[in-house]
Write a protein that binds this ligand. Structure first.
Ligand code: NAD
Length: 538
């Protein structure tokens, strides 16, 4: 496909500007995409009714490369008119799209999967540039979304209803129908995976979509959108708007939007859930986390140390399933020294540099918050065994938001580094004497996204699985995120809603059941007095 270098609106809508603009996110190709931090500044387009265009907004936010803090792009606060256009476009497209055969929708999903694979590196490069991840980690970000897109190709089975002859010649069948327009509000830390958690399933189930990517990292979502258009998604079915609170408020309040799917922090998640459900909408809200890893003295030490460092420091700790708390039981507190030695070997730097193990934090305020919490942990009596603050890096990375792996020991509930989600490469270590104490510590935490146990004992593992109050549990697996044949099942303070993301729960969230009962008699109808009472035969 020819990638448009400048795009002219053909819709003639008032809000569209027809001037030629450079869109780097779309100008890149499967073979030609950024491979370094030196890029020409680009503008992030919006997408309504199958057209990319430059917003007419007068409010634009800078997008910084987190490795250098250079401004690389601008993203608009979509205007009120554009937001309305996007919702109306999705609303109008719904009637036709819901009646498009499921085989055709499935065909588009297959084509989309092919395109995602072909554009894998291109998407990863955009993530490195805007979000800061290392290139291999960014490829993993795309893969986890790609797997949801692949699972969406099974929609012909997943949408299957049920039918039963409930009385002679009388059948009841249950089918699942789409809801209408679904809005998806995404966070910064998985620029491809999180939009892909929702978009493929919204579309194959026959819903239409209005997506709001994170204003910090919209580039990957724009490429995904281009690929869906190329895969054959008709005009209006998918729309992308941008911005902050004003955009989110419009998506919550507009009656044409029937469901909201949100991933992000606690404050926004609670707000969207409470306001959305009060307006009668379906809402699923994945929020913050504090994931513990418990290590027992019988664990395989090498396997454990390798796993804990990868899970705590990968993606610079900016994963909702990152291990941020290590709970050492009994003598395993003596292993902390080796964790620190191993963590020191991790290389921090540009995501484009093949030797980097982790990149920068997303912005200066995330870095400042992490540094402040580390400082507070010292004041509150913990011991910083490895201090990643003030790293020395050469220009231009000396201006980036880098924090090297940090290990804090002697942590207790009540300290900021334990109570707050830091979202940085900071591992807090709590020492306890017994396994029971460890389980009760985890169960008292307000979050319930993920937890892991390292042990070689089947009995202890069984006890853990049965008693731990977290939604995603790993045994010798540090980041137990289920593949999309299951669902993402965070609980307690990490999730609000009844139906989780993707898998069977995801399809149920995006559809509503309808039952149809029919009577087609096979015998001749003989007149009897109409019955006015409820049936008594069973
Ligand atoms: P965030 O809450 O700041 O932003 C998420 C989205 O909500 C963005 O699109 C943003 O524009 C919007 N938003 C932010 N504040 C808002 C407000 N007050 N009102 C309305 N909308 C608002 O989150 P983030 O910093 O982009 O992402 C990091 C957070 O996401 C972490 O807390 C992390 O744990 C969480 N997260 C959770 C999961 C999960 O599955 N549980 C997955 C990824 C990220």
């Amino acid at each position: 496909m020819m990638i448009p270098r400048s795009i002219k609106s053909t819709r003639g809508l008032k809000c569209f500007n027809t001037q030629a603009i450079k869109y780097l996110s779309l100008n890149s190709t499967t073979t030609s995409y950024p491979k370094s931090h030196k890029v020409e500044k680009y503008i992030t387009p919006s997408f309504i009714n199958n057209e990319f265009f430059k917003s007419k907004s007068t409010t634009w936010y800078d997008i910084h490369d987190p490795a250098t803090n250079e401004v690389i792009s601008e993203v608009p606060q979509s205007t009120a008119e554009e937001l309305d256009e996007a919702i109306e476009s999705a609303h109008k497209a719904f009637d036709e799209w819901k009646n498009v055969s499921i085989i055709r929708r499935q065909g588009i999903a297959f084509k989309f999967v092919e395109l995602l694979k072909a554009n894998w590196d291109r998407l990863a490069a955009m993530i490195v540039l805007e979000q800061g991840k290392t290139f291999p980690d960014a490829k993993g970000d795309v893969l986890r979304g790609l797997q949801v897109a692949e699972a969406s190709c099974n929609i012909t089975n997943d949408m299957m209803g049920s039918v039963l002859e409930v009385a002679t010649d009388m059948e009841t069948k249950m089918i699942r129908e789409p809801l209408g327009v679904v809005a998806s509000i995404c966070p910064f830390n998985f620029p491809a995976m999180v939009p892909l958690w929702s978009i493929p399933l919204i579309l194959v189930t026959g819903n239409t979509a209005v997506i709001k990517p994170s204003e910090r990292v919209p580039g990957a979502a724009m490429i995904i959108c281009e690929l869906l258009k190329e895969a054959g998604v008709p005009a209006g079915v998918l729309n992308i708007v941008h911005g902050k609170h004003d955009t989110v408020n419009k998506l919550i309040e507009d009656p044409r939007i029937k469901a909201l799917t949100f991933v992000g922090g606690d404050k926004a998640g609670k707000y969207i859930y409470e306001k959305g459900t009060a307006l009668g909408k379906r809402v699923q809200s994945n929020m913050g986390a504090k994931n513990h890893l418990i290590v027992l003295p019988d664990a395989d030490k090498k396997q454990f140390i390798n796993a804990v460092n990868g899970a705590a420091f990968g993606a610079a700790g900016q994963r909702c399933m990152a291990i941020s708390v290590l709970v050492t039981v009994g003598k395993t507190k003596e292993w902390v020294k080796e964790i620190v030695e191993d963590a020191k070997k991790l290389r921090v730097g540009s995501g484009f540099d093949e030797s980097s193990d982790l990149g920068p934090l997303v912005n200066p305020s995330s870095l400042a918050k992490a540094e402040e919490i580390i400082e507070d942990s010292i004041k509150q009596g913990a011991e910083v065994l490895l201090d990643g603050r003030n790293p020395s890096l050469e220009a231009p990375y000396d201006k980036g938001n880098f924090l090297f792996p940090t290990v804090i020991n002697g942590v207790k509930p009540g300290m900021r580094c334990y109570d707050e989600e830091i979202f940085a490469p900071v591992l807090s270590i709590v020492n306890v004497d017994t396994f029971d104490e460890a389980i009760s510590l985890v169960n008292s935490n307000r979050y319930g996204n993920g937890v892991a146990l390292f042990t070689t004992s089947g009995n202890q593992s069984q006890k853990f699985v049965k008693n731990i109050a977290c939604g995603q549990v790993g045994v010798n697996v540090p980041i137990p995120v289920p593949l999309p044949m299951f669902s993402f099942t965070g609980n307690k303070g990490s999730f609000l809603g009844d139906l989780n993301f993707y898998g069977k729960a995801g399809i149920t969230f995006l559809t509503q059941p309808k039952t149809i009962t029919t009577l087609w008699r096979t015998d001749e109808f003989e007149y009897v007095t109409p019955s006015t009472s409820m049936p008594v035969q069973h």
